[in-house]
Design a protein around this ligand. Structure first.
Ligand code: AMP
Length: 405
């Protein structure tokens, strides 16, 4: 579905075009129509699906049609200031050709910012994006009026509850007019989110863009280890696990090249595949792999989508993939057709938090297998251990339009 099919305000369409959006993503296609119809919505969708524009566009369209000067039209509550900044940048981009104003209200910055936020809140920006604590601080000062509010959005609701914001959210809701449209977005839908939804939403349209789960017949195991132990463990797994074809995934092509070199030195018959290879070279590698001449292939994520080779019965994630969707795609390369499959994931000490987030999304805890003693001491399992680079990556939606054209 193209954005021109939604009957959006022409000035909003200009902003959409300037953002280079042409085709609506699946969540946008499903979420925009009920919001335009005035319905409450509960949607399970993770970051990267285009969910932000899915709620921003119909809200902005409505505010452009029913604009009330000096009144806040929409309040978007989010768990972190990074997300508040990101969403308000999104608003700025999409509203560039309109008169809609917006402000981000989040904690932790200096007093000047608080004063600016206060001014904007007193004047009433059309769209407020806020973190709960900071919004309460302003509400407590008594100068915020949200009387004209038409939309309440709770984004990443599961994270907000995990961070203990339930009471703050309830307090904010008490300051809102009873008649309003409510939109709730969450990556996961545990019972506590459903309970909250029952209290806040009225006969919502329910939209589910949750990631697909991996087939149950794949045996999933994970090893928590120090980074230097990964190479000896992969060698051992490749030597001792029976398989026809094994696919080893690395997130970066540099690691693919390095690992392939090391495995070759370890006398393992292995080839590499990544975007530095010409198309014909990739086809040769795949041909040799499929025919069984080379039983092991080391690959970047380009291979995790769409490759359908029935004989792959072992997948090893040399590192933890970027997100749940990549994990599902990677391990889904095994156990195709009737075959069974094993998927091992090597979790570096600093990747534990990242893997825990994937498990949460899949609503499944993956068994942590014992690391062979000869590899030495391993880190204690700690799902909260956070390494560097925890920021979610920008996903593939800029490719999405190209694919769909
Ligand atoms: P989100 O899931 O909202 O964090 O969006 C993920 C990324 O996809 C952001 O960089 C958006 O700018 C981009 N995006 C959202 N919708 C579209 C679309 N329909 N076409 C292309 N890119 C999009």
């Amino acid at each position: 579905m193209r954005f021109t099919d939604f009957n959006f305000h022409p000035n909003l369409l200009e902003g959409i075009e300037a953002s280079n959006y042409e085709i609506a993503t699946p969540v946008q296609e499903q979420v925009i129509p009920p919001i335009l119809e005035g319905r409450d919505v509960i949607a399970s969708a993770q970051t990267g699906t285009g969910k932000t524009a899915a709620f921003l566009l119909p809200i902005m369209n409505n505010l452009l049609k029913n604009h009330v000067d000096g009144k806040t039209g929409a309040l978007i509550i989010v768990p972190t200031r990074e997300l508040a900044i990101q969403i308000s940048q999104h608003v700025e981009g999409l509203s560039y050709f309109t008169h809609l104003s917006s402000i981000a209200v989040y904690g932790g910055n200096n007093g000047d910012n608080f004063i600016n936020e206060k001014k904007a809140l007193q004047m009433g920006a059309d769209i407020i994006v806020c973190t709960p604590g900071r919004m309460i601080a302003h509400l407590n000062m008594g100068y915020v009026s949200l009387k004209g509010l038409q939309f309440l959005v709770l984004d990443e609701a599961d994270r907000m509850l995990d961070m203990g914001f339930q009471d703050d959210i309830n307090k904010i809701i008490k300051a809102l007019p009873a008649k309003r449209q409510n939109l709730l977005f969450s990556a996961t839908m545990p019972e506590k989110i459903r309970q909250m939804a029952r209290k806040i939403l009225h006969q919502p349209a329910e939209i589910n863009i949750a990631i697909s789960k991996p087939p149950a017949k794949i045996v999933q195991k994970a090893f928590v280890i120090y980074e230097p132990q990964k190479l000896p463990l992969v060698k051992k797994l490749l030597k001792e696990t029976p398989y026809k074809n094994a696919l080893v995934f690395c997130s970066r092509k540099q690691s693919v090249k390095q690992l392939t070199r090391e495995l070759k030195l370890g006398k393992i018959n292995v080839a590499e595949i990544h975007s530095d290879l010409e198309q014909s070279e990739r086809e040769n590698v795949l041909g040799a792999f499929t025919a069984g001449r080379i039983p092991v292939m080391v690959a970047t994520d380009i291979l995790s989508r769409g490759i359908d080779i029935d004989t792959i019965d072992l997948v090893i994630n040399y590192d933890v993939p970027g997100d749940g969707e990549d994990y599902v795609h990677r391990i889904g390369r095994t156990a195709r057709a009737e075959a069974d499959g094993i998927a091992y994931t090597l979790i570096g000490e600093k990747e534990q938090n990242k893997f825990a987030a994937i498990e949460k999304l899949l609503e499944k805890e993956v068994e942590k297998a014992e690391v062979p003693k000869e590899l030495g001491a391993v880190p204690a399992y700690n799902p909260h251990f956070r390494g560097s680079g925890g920021k979610p990556k920008k996903r593939f939606y800029h490719h999405y339009n190209k694919q769909r054209k």
